[in-house]
Ligand binder design. Structure first.
Ligand SMILES: *[C@@H]1O[C@H](CO)[C@@H](O)[C@H](O)[C@H]1NC(C)=O
Length: 286
């Protein structure tokens, strides 16, 4: 008896840690297969999902619900070896015209050359806001957490705990801000017309099937059934809406500065050829 009690509390603690990390629940609770069902494999009783891509198809999944605010993450392990032309995507998107979309796109590469992580922000149908960064680890060796925080004040893209991109709400100066219900989607597909070296480096199908792995299917988000319900997603009782999450804190700011300096290799904000006038949302970084 004396032994059982501590054992039991260790179990409780362990399950609490797992639940709070979101590593513990089945894919099928919050997500569904969207396309390429033959290339979707459930592992570990649905706690892990493998997407594969061969010459016949890629595959994708989507959240069952749409959300109006939240902190959305997946743990992802990317296709290894030669992944040139292969795109692994994790993004939030609204349906219909003038859509809003927040993207992580992992652009594969020839074996031994690094992945590029491209992010983009669409608001009211307008995108063309690419940023690209290299990663400071091998994303094919292990799972890493990729996360998008979205509230009425800012959108932050995180790689593990490091912010790599911030999009502030600048509606006050006329910049559209994502504010439609967003569905979470992830996919693996052939992007060799553009993804690697601007489309010059093609997918080598002798390495197929390419495989990406996903975990962490817990969702911290404000689910909306009806678009008119989205107002309640601004509630300050939701943790990601609290004032603490309106801006990066000082340690996040310094991590963000470091990563931009060392790893970012393209920023539309600095592309004078494409944008002779700096887009207005670029004026304040965080
Ligand atoms: C594809 O990979 C195979 C195996 O490494 C190699 O023999 C072949 O030359 C590659 N094809 C192209 C077009 O690079």
């Amino acid at each position: 008896m004396g032994l059982l009690v501590p054992g039991f509390s260790v179990l409780l603690l362990l399950s609490w840690v797992l639940a709070s990390e979101g590593g513990d629940i089945s894919f099928y609770r919050n997500y569904k297969v969207a396309w390429g069902a033959n290339n979707v494999l459930s592992l570990d009783q649905g706690r892990e999902i493998q997407l594969s891509m061969d010459a016949s198809s890629g595959a994708g999944f989507a959240s069952k619900l749409s959300y109006g605010s939240g902190s959305f993450s997946l743990r992802i392990k990317l296709p290894d070896r030669d992944s040139a032309g292969v795109v692994t995507a994790f993004y939030l998107t609204s349906q219909g015209n003038n859509h809003d979309e927040l993207d992580f796109e992992f652009l594969g590469n020839r074996e031994g050359r690094p992945y590029t992580l491209q992010t983009n922000v669409f608001a009211n149908g307008e995108g063309n806001r690419e940023q690209r960064t290299l990663l400071w680890f091998d994303p094919t060796a292990d799972f890493h957490t990729y996360r998008i925080l979205w509230n009425r004040h800012q959108i932050v893209f995180y790689v593990d705990r490091t912010p790599i991109r911030v999009f502030k709400n600048k509606q006050s100066i006329g910049v559209a801000y994502p504010s439609r219900p967003l569905q979470i989607e992830a996919s693996l597909w052939d992007g060799d017309s553009w993804a690697t070296d601007g489309g010059q480096t093609k997918t080598n199908w002798s390495y197929a099937p390419f495989k990406a792995y996903f975990k962490g299917f817990h969702i911290s988000g404000c689910g909306v059934q009806n678009p008119a319900d989205i107002k309640r997603c601004d509630a300050s009782s939701l943790w990601w809406n609290k004032e603490k999450y309106w801006n990066l804190d000082s340690s996040e700011r310094s991590a963000y500065e470091t990563v931009r300096k060392k790893y970012m290799n393209y920023d539309y904000c600095a592309d004078r050829h494409r944008y002779p006038t700096t887009p207005p949302e670029c004026s304040q970084q965080y």
